[in-house]
Design a protein around this ligand. Structure first.
Ligand code: S3P
Length: 175
């Protein structure tokens, strides 16, 4: 039996947080973000965790986060860090946690949104454009395999994306 949460997955810069905030207002549900949850627990930013404890430690924190959410939250919107669904164990946990929406985005759109961003350690490289293309190509099939619903966000207004999620959510209820 699935829990009644809305889970937003997708690449960095796909709009998970922005869509999550709007859904949270629109549906009067609390928004929880796995990166923020980890930052609060660790009292450090994601960049500091990567720099001081390493990526592997951060990935373990993500699994711990999802395991805890599974027993503590219900009826919320959960925005998930872009790398979290890469672990098979995490994908299984996410699917138990709620209905999984994959916000599908192009590498060009990600680059445009994040070219000045300094908070994503994985993109602080000499050629972020190539890195985005490479990572997204590797991850896209994995996001798809985890999703109950794929939402192509390219060229769409937030209202339209929200509408798609809300109508799919009411179908889930009617099942
Ligand atoms: C990551 C995505 C980030 C954050 C960390 C690693 C990734 O979250 O968890 O920088 O591996 O894709 P957002 O997807 O919210 O940017």
């Amino acid at each position: 039996m699935k829990k009644d949460n809305i889970i937003l997955i997708g690449f960095m810069g796909s709009g998970k947080t922005s869509v999550g905030i709007r859904l949270s207002y629109g549906m009067k549900r609390t928004l929880l973000d796995t990166d923020k949850w980890i930052e609060q627990r660790q009292k450090m930013s994601v960049s500091e965790i990567f720099a001081q404890k390493g990526e592997a430690a951060f990935r373990q924190m993500e699994t711990d986060c999802i395991k805890e959410l599974l027993v503590t939250v219900k009826g919320q919107i959960i925005s998930v860090g872009g790398g979290l669904p890469m672990k098979q164990e995490n994908r299984e946990l996410l699917r138990q946690l709620g209905t999984v929406y994959y916000l599908q985005v192009t590498p060009e759109a990600v680059y445009e949104r994040l070219k000045r961003d300094t908070t994503r350690p994985l993109l602080q490289v000499a050629d972020p454009k190539a890195r985005i293309r490479e990572l997204l190509a590797e991850r896209a099939p994995i996001y798809e395999s985890c999703a109950d619903c794929v939402i192509d966000v390219t060229g769409k207004e937030f209202d339209e994306i929200m509408g798609e999620i809300m109508s799919r959510q009411s179908d889930e209820h009617d099942k």
